[in-house]
Structures are given as structure tokens and as C-alpha cells.
Design a protein around this ligand. Structure first.
Ligand SMILES: Nc1nc2c(c(=O)[nH]1)N[C@H]1C(S)=C(S)[C@@H](COP(=O)(O)O)O[C@H]1N2
Ligand SMILES: [Mo]
Length: 317
């Protein structure tokens, strides 16, 4: 990874998390110290004005790459969330009836003892910031400062048995809150299901995301708890999770079930394996005109390539 050295003010910034501050944090690196101090003060004031109460206390990304973040607006107004709409520009208009508080997540399957997590339990996990690239299988991408906790912390708490080889996730099923679940001819079957191999789930990059830009997860982005697997296509990153089950067999995920010739279980980002209907070589970053090259494992090869050693990535797509 392309690491940047943390400047001394990094810690003082605390929970102030306005997107301008985020982006300027990067620009500061190019400035002298005096200008830097002055600018920090001004920006902290601006940030406070706009987000008076940050929702979270969290640890800053320990390994931030020097990436240009997409804006809050870009990330929260263009969404894939079929439970509301298949139109990415329209999801936000439909989220009003969705109430992710209170919430319960059932953790079950091949573990010591099943348990449930409520919102308090979820927010009690040490929250961290992770700045990740995010690549949708449709060919668009973005960079997001997620907040959350590593899935492996939850796995350790669950203490799965030796038999457990996979994790299966389910989104909430409630047609009263999700209009497309009440549709007579839904595009996909509900509830939305996803899965990971246990070693993928244990990887340090795999995040249970609870927010972004220091704010709690917006409804349209999968409130209150969603998965983020940055080296896989976006559809693996299941939203609004209510069930987490440890299984022996590979779970059948929604998109594989819907169109198995187009979508498989693994869905690792790979510019060399085209979608049957389009190329995966390039991607359009939200807000940019020129497309950029897509990277193997979305640029996280160093962290995850070992998980697929000896596997034919064309076969396990
Ligand atoms: N439950 C559920 N989770 C989902 C989806 C969905 O339709 N329903 N869409 C997936 C797809 S295809 C993508 S690209 C991402 C989009 O996340 P975003 O709206 O936060 O960008 O969510 C994924 N998780
Ligand atoms: Mo997607």
C-alpha cells in the first residue's frame, strides 16, 4: 500500500469529520506547518458548524492510502438497494418508511451459543475508520471513509466450531419498510443473502460498517449495519443485516441464485474476467469524467491474493 506518514495534528483532529476536512487533511500534507495550523482551526470551525455532533468516536484509519475521497453527497445519493428501487438515483427518495432503530442481529449456526446484538451492542465494538475503494460490478466506483469494526472481532466473540467454513448474511425482510419486497414481480428474491468463506471473513480488511464520514450509516447505504469487502464487487457488501449464520456449506447468494451465468460466489474484482455482458477492464469513479483502470482485487492484492492461491479465478468468479 501507498502509505502516508501521519502528521502530528492527526490526533488532535478528533471526531470532527466533515468531508472538506477529510479531503483537506490530504491537501495539508503539501502545506507548511504555519499555514497548516491556521487552516486546521478554520476548517474545524467550519466542520463544527455543519456537523455539530459527530455520531461516533472512532480510531482514524491506521493505514490511510492517499486516495481522493468521494463526497458525502456522491456516496449517499447514488445507491444500489433493490429493496427500495433498481434505480440508483431514486433510492434516497424511498427510504422514509425504513426505520433501522431499534434493530436486532441474530448470530447463529455452528457456534458456541447463538446470541443477538442490538444497536448498543453493535456500537460497543471499537469503531474504526477505514478508507476503501469500492467497485460495483456495473462498472462504477468510489472511495469511501467507512466507520465500523472488523468482522473478525465478531467472529471471535461467536467462537465458531471447526465445522464452520462459511458465513451467511441476510438483509431484513419487511415489505412494509421495503417497497420492492411487496412487489408481485420482484427483480430478485428477498431477503437478500450474501456469504463469505470464513478465512475471507477473518481477513483484516473485512468490515462490519456502521457509518461513513463519521456519521451513522445513512439508510440508503444500508443502515444500521452492513458488510464491506473492498476487494470484491459491491454486491457482496450486503446491507441492513439481521442474520449472521456460520455454516458448513457455501451459501447461495442472491445474485448467484438470480443469474448464475453472470454472478458467482466469489465476485473478486478482476479486470481480466469480463462480465458476460460488459468488460471489467475499466471503471468510472463517481464524479469523474475519465474512466480509470480496474485493478486485480480492486488494488488489495497484497492483502488478499493468498486467499485464492491455486484457484482458477475464471472458474471461481
Ligand atoms: N440488501 C441489499 N444489499 C446490497 C444491495 C441490495 O440491493 N440490497 N446492493 C449491492 C450492490 S450491487 C452494491 S454496488 C452496493 C451499493 O452500496 P452503496 O449504495 O452504499 O453504494 O450494495 C450492495 N448491497
Ligand atoms: Mo453493485
Amino acid at each position: 500500500m501507498n502509505l502516508i506518514k501521519k502528521p502530528s495534528w492527526h490526533i488532535d483532529e478528533k471526531e470532527v469529520t466533515d468531508e472538506r476536512l477529510f479531503n483537506n487533511r490530504r491537501n495539508f500534507l503539501k502545506l507548511g506547518t504555519a499555514a497548516l495550523v491556521a487552516n486546521t482551526a478554520v476548517l474545524v470551525l467550519m466542520a463544527k458548524e455543519r456537523y455539530p455532533t459527530p455520531d461516533f468516536k472512532y480510531l482514524k484509519d491506521p493505514n490511510p492510502e492517499n486516495l481522493d475521497l468521494n463526497t458525502w453527497k456522491q456516496i449517499t445519493t447514488y445507491n444500489n438497494f433493490y429493496e427500495f428501487s433498481t434505480d440508483k438515483d431514486y433510492v434516497l427518495e424511498l427510504v422514509d418508511k425504513f426505520n433501522p432503530d431499534p434493530w436486532k442481529v441474530e448470530v447463529s449456526g455452528l457456534i458456541d451459543k447463538p446470541f443477538t446484538l442490538d444497536l448498543d451492542d453493535i456500537y460497543k465494538f471499537q469503531q474504526e475508520e477505514r478508507i476503501y475503494r469500492f467497485r460495483c460490478v456495473e462498472g462504477w466506483s468510489m472511495v469511501v471513509p467507512w466507520i465500523g469494526f472488523p468482522l473478525k472481532t465478531l467472529i471471535k466473540k461467536a467462537n465458531p466450531s471447526r465445522k464452520a467454513k462459511y458465513i451467511r448474511f441476510e438483509t431484513l425482510y419487511d415489505p412494509k419498510q421495503f417497497p420492492n419486497q411487496a412487489s408481485r414481480f420482484p427483480t430478485i428474491e428477498y431477503p437478500y443473502v450474501e456469504g463469505l468463506r470464513l478465512d475471507e471473513a477473518m481477513n483484516n480488511l473485512t468490515l462490519m460498517a456502521t457509518g461513513l464520514y463519521g456519521k451513522k450509516m445513512p439508510k440508503q447505504n444500508g443502515a444500521p449495519l452492513r458488510l464491506i469487502v473492498p476487494w470484491k464487487y459491491g454486491f457482496k457488501s450486503i446491507k441492513s443485516i439481521v442474520k449472521i449464520e456460520f455454516t458448513e456449506k457455501e451459501p447461495l447468494n442472491t445474485w448467484q441464485k438470480t443469474t448464475p451465468n453472470e454472478y458467482g460466489f466469489y465476485a473478486n474484482v478482476n479486470p481480466k474476467v469480463d462480465h458476460p455482458r460488459w468488460s471489467q477492464k475499466r471503471e468510472r469513479v463517481l464524479g469523474r469524467l475519465r474512466k480509470q483502470k480496474t485493478r486485480l482485487f480492486n488494488g488489495y492484492e497484497e492483502e488478499v491474493a493468498h486467499l485464492y492461491k491455486g484457484m482458477d479465478l475464471r472458474k471461481y468468479y
